[in-house]
Ligand binder design. Structure first.
Ligand SMILES: *Cc1c(COP(=O)(O)O)cnc(C)c1O
Length: 377
């Protein structure tokens, strides 16, 4: 795709003139990714993880699009995210808070109809006590730790929890869940260990529906699906499993503007610390995005941007608001003030950028700054 044409078409529509970066979020592609996962899972339901502002893509727009696709189960990490998202969604949508109940948020949580994922006996007691005070039953999800040691009831709390469930009927358990630590790795033996532990938990807590799979888990097979899956990254076009071809469709495109070009002789220092020194005459472009915009500093001397299929390496250190790229490979005059280069798009995937930066697609997505002109299509 020709980025100049794409952007000039957008500019005539809704885009502000003079923006220094254009982040295009393809909601139709998001919807197709959801449909793909939903049909792989059927009759198991596909929920959606929309924490961290839907991995930086915009929780409201994302959740509304998925609601229209039939999604009714939305997972955020923190209560504050649930409070922000609640008004954007119809009543039929349920919002679950994965990190559970923070002391002090119980009444607000109950009143706003947000469902906490209870992770410990302490949280169970707080929620049960809240239900007693309100003289009604309150809904909850129970999360068990099956080997990640992050969130969820630890094994030693299970007996007391089972007793509490038998005694107190004021917490309505909607389903039980756990989370996979290695689902992106199809070969990891930890996947099998975690599902075996989940099976033991299902025996100890019979009669409850189970939610288990994240994006990677969807691709591990039916045994991992439970009745409700919780994909996140795959919806947003990230690869659910490491290696092989990414089965998901890209959702994002990021183009950044050139703010200055120059030609420098051999031996010229570039950027902070003078860390890069040219070895021959070099043409450079400074682009208007830096680490404050989500281009990790670790991309310095490693990453690249693209122009019409040509790779333009990032040279020297990435600054807060800009980065410098070597454009010697392009015909002279190909780039000038206001031209656009591709950071994410047909030439460079999220996984490419994450790989160059020594991180994962999740961190690239959630780091995308808010200075780009965002456009939903
Ligand atoms: C973030 C998260 C998910 C989604 O994981 P992806 O790998 O993005 O699909 C699912 N469940 C829990 C508990 C999570 O924290």
């Amino acid at each position: 795709m020709d980025s100049d044409i794409l952007v000039s078409r957008r500019r005539t529509a809704t885009i502000t003139q003079g923006a220094t970066g254009y982040l295009t979020i393809d909601l139709a592609a998001l919807g197709r990714n959801y449909s793909k996962l939903a049909s792989m899972l059927a009759p198991v339901r596909a929920g959606a993880v929309v924490k961290a502002d839907a991995y930086g893509l915009g929780a409201e727009r994302v959740a509304q699009t998925l609601y229209d696709q039939g999604c009714r189960h939305f997972f955020v990490a923190q209560f504050v995210e649930a409070v922000r998202l609640r008004p954007a969604l119809a009543k039929a949508a349920q919002i679950f808070v994965l990190n559970g109940l923070q002391p002090g948020s119980e009444l607000a949580c109950a009143e706003s109809g947000i469902v906490p994922v209870l992770n410990s006996l302490a949280q169970w007691r707080q929620w049960s006590e809240t239900a007693r005070r309100l003289k009604r039953s309150l809904p909850a999800v129970l999360q068990f730790d099956t080997g990640m040691s992050r969130l969820g009831f630890p094994e030693e709390e299970r007996a007391e929890l089972a007793a509490a469930i038998r005694d107190g009927a004021n917490v309505e358990i909607l389903f039980i869940m756990s989370h996979l630590a290695c689902a992106d790795d199809l070969e990891s033996s930890q996947n099998g260990e975690q599902i075996a532990e989940m099976a033991r938990i299902a025996d100890e807590f019979p009669g409850f529906d189970i939610s288990f799979a994240n994006s990677g888990g969807v691709f591990l097979g039916d045994a991992y699906h439970g009745v409700l899956a919780r994909p996140g990254i795959a919806l947003y076009g990230g690869a659910p499993n490491a290696g092989g071809k990414n089965p998901m469709e890209p959702v994002l495109r990021l183009d950044v503007a050139v703010v200055q070009t120059r030609t420098v002789p051999s031996g010229t220092k570039i950027g902070y610390g003078g860390a890069y020194v040219t070895r021959s005459q070099t043409r450079l472009a400074t682009i208007a995005a830096g680490y404050a915009d989500g281009l990790p500093r670790s991309l310095g001397d490693r990453g690249a941007v693209y122009h019409k299929g040509t790779r333009l390496p990032i040279v020297g250190r990435v600054s807060m608001d800009s980065a410098t790229v070597d454009i010697t490979a392009l015909p002279e005059g190909a780039l000038s003030l206001g031209s656009l280069v591709e950071v994410l798009g047909p030439n460079q995937t999220l996984e490419d950028v994450a790989g160059d930066a020594g991180t994962i697609s999740y961190e690239i997505l959630t780091g995308l700054g808010d200075r780009y002109d965002r456009h939903y299509c």
